[in-house]
Design a protein around this ligand. Structure first.
Ligand code: GAL
Length: 573
């Protein structure tokens, strides 16, 4: 054997084997798993007292895209009121992308486009409020919006204050131009704590820290101290300096002395005394020197303090969850502070998370906001409506009062959808307890003589009060699909009054006969309707009522639905 391998080769091979032995394989495997799942620990529900039932309103995006201005928004608000749609519940008038000027104002605040929103957003809020309606606005959890206008990542606090000050009551937060929080943590040689202006301060070396998880000390002759703490990345470890001692209460400069490594950004959270949290991003490094310093201002108490450093971000999901909840917290803070300062009632802002389902927001959305988009953008064609339904219908267990799955805004009345498809789209969204945000031109419902075009097919669909009641039911339960053969689905949504809504959905293009047993439905554990001899069954599109003792059978048009409200028949004695 020996003659085939040189001694150098054998030495290199044994060095390689030794290096592999030094690598903690379990921790690498754990990190790989963490990088695709949510490790972020969502705490309590968002609870801002808003969206107790799915929000209803209108948005400028689906039809008007970037062609919006303050007149269009006000005319739409007026048409919502004059047509009676507001009385049906459509109260939020939401301005989507393209309302902003490309310049922030002299105080760094967002401002309306100086040409198309010349009177300012606050003024528009006032006018819309006078109609008894509420104004919604839009930004992105990124450096720019999807239309490349200024957005709110890094400006959460100032933008939330601006919206609260304007009186905004709905906020949609998109995901374009997002910059994820790095999962890599800095490598800590030591920390220095100094009073402001003190050039020296007190040093606490790596050996003073309590290490958890993968955190460990590594020797490095390039550093003055000869060592640093590593293993803090991807939520895998922490280091805590438990005896940071200062003379007085107050602000101090905490300097993280770091081992410069790696060409990517790093992130650290610094928890002081278990209560005060500071977040900081450190740059990618391209320097000559091995050691670097990074300063953060922290508040310390006279006496002994603890300073813990870690990075809780292990995945893209963690990053999105933390960034969205940062904004959600700022919105709650801003509306509370605005009300306190001005002695007025707090106007909570419905927080609509719009990251298209990329980071599984149903896992964390109810802790960060009020609704979360589950799917990519809707389009006014049958395939888009169907595809979104197929995905969203599976997520029933995540929806409930204050936190809703959002299969996107309605396309009823837009594009290529037929009358039957429009009815189906609306019915499915009501069954799924979806937000009902209209996307069509509301002004078209008002005729030239000022009267309402009540014969308009789209109008008749959107004002079906019995359908709206199914969506808005206070139980707040999203329907479940209890049967499917791929082409025909049976959906059931329990309602607050002890009845349930039953929907037959025929996805094929030709008419189908569909049927289901009521007795089978009332035996399902999620349905509270009791077993009975007879049920009243009301067709919510035709208004027709029948009495039935078990099987409901009905013909369902291609791409169509039938929806029934089923209740126990009361015996009149
Ligand atoms: C998309 C979003 C749409 C719309 C658009 C505006 O990301 O899903 O609903 O808001 O951006 O640019």
């Amino acid at each position: 054997m020996a003659k085939f391998f040189s001694s150098e080769l054998i030495a290199a091979a044994s060095k390689f084997v030794k290096a592999i032995e030094d690598i903690n394989l379990t921790s690498i495997a754990q990190r790989a798993v963490n990088s695709i799942k949510l490790t972020y620990n969502a705490d309590e529900p968002y609870s801002n007292g808003a969206a107790i039932v799915p929000p209803m309103g209108w948005s400028s995006w689906n039809l008007f895209r970037n062609k919006i201005n303050e007149n269009l928004i006000y005319e739409t608000a007026k048409a919502l009121k004059d047509s009676g749609l507001a009385d049906c519940g459509y109260k939020y008038v939401n301005i989507d992308d393209c309302w902003q000027s490309s310049m922030r104002d002299e105080n760094g605040r967002l401002q309306g486009d100086l040409g198309s929103f010349p009177s300012g957003i606050k003024n528009l809020v006032g006018k819309v409020n006078e109609l008894g309606l509420k104004l919604g606005i839009y930004s992105s959890n990124g450096t720019l919006t999807c239309e490349d206008l200024p957005a709110s990542l890094g400006y959460e606090s100032v933008d939330a204050d601006t919206f609260a000050e304007w009186g905004i009551e709905y906020f949609k937060y998109d995901f374009c131009h997002n910059v994820p929080i790095p999962s890599m943590a800095p490598k800590i040689e030591k920390i220095i704590v100094a009073a402001l202006g003190d050039a020296n301060g007190t040093e606490y070396g790596a050996e003073c820290a309590i290490l958890t998880g993968d955190a460990r000390i590594v020797e490095d002759e390039k550093l003055d101290s000869g060592k640093y703490i590593t293993g803090l990345s991807s939520n895998s470890g922490s280091c805590e300096f438990p005896e940071v001692t200062v003379d007085n209460d107050g602000e101090y400069i905490l300097t993280l002395c770091i081992r410069k490594k790696s060409n990517s950004n790093k992130y650290a959270e610094i928890l002081v005394n278990g209560t005060d949290l500071y977040k900081t991003v450190l740059p990618a490094t391209k320097s000559f020197t091995a050691g670097g310093r990074h300063q953060v201002k922290v508040k310390l108490n006279a006496g002994v303090n603890s300073i813990k450093i870690y990075n809780p971000i292990a995945s893209r999901q963690d990053s999105a969850a933390v960034q969205y909840s940062n904004m959600g917290k700022e919105l709650k803070r801003a509306t509370r502070e605005y009300a306190e300062k001005n002695g007025c009632e707090e106007k909570p802002i419905i927080f609509s998370i719009c990251e298209w389902g990329r980071n599984f927001p149903w896992n964390w959305g109810a802790h960060a906001g009020n609704l979360w988009r589950t799917t990519p953008d809707i389009r006014p064609v049958w395939g888009s409506v169907l595809g979104i339904y197929e995905f969203n219908v599976l997520l029933y267990k995540y929806a409930g009062p204050g936190g809703w799955n959002d299969p996107d805004m309605l396309e009823v009345g837009n594009g290529e959808l037929t009358y039957e498809e429009n009815k189906t789209h609306f019915t499915l969204w009501c069954m799924m307890a979806a937000p009902l945000i209209l996307g069509n031109d509301i002004r078209a419902f008002i005729k030239d003589d000022g009267t309402v075009d009540t014969e308009n097919e789209t109008y008749r669909i959107l004002t079906n009060k019995e359908l709206i009641a199914v969506d808005q039911d206070s139980l707040g339960v999203q329907c479940r699909r209890i049967k499917t053969n791929g082409a025909e689905d049976v959906l059931v949504k329990p309602l607050d009054d002890g009845s349930f809504a039953l929907c037959f959905f025929n996805k094929a293009s030709s008419t189908a006969m569909m049927s289901h047993s009521i007795k089978d439905i009332v035996c399902q554990t999620f349905v509270t309707t009791p077993l009975a001899d007879e049920y009243e069954v009301r067709d919510l599109w035709s208004g027709q009522e029948i009495v039935c003792n078990d099987v409901i059978e009905s013909s369902v048009a291609g791409h169509g639905v039938r929806i029934f409200k089923v209740r126990v028949k009361e015996n009149v004695s």
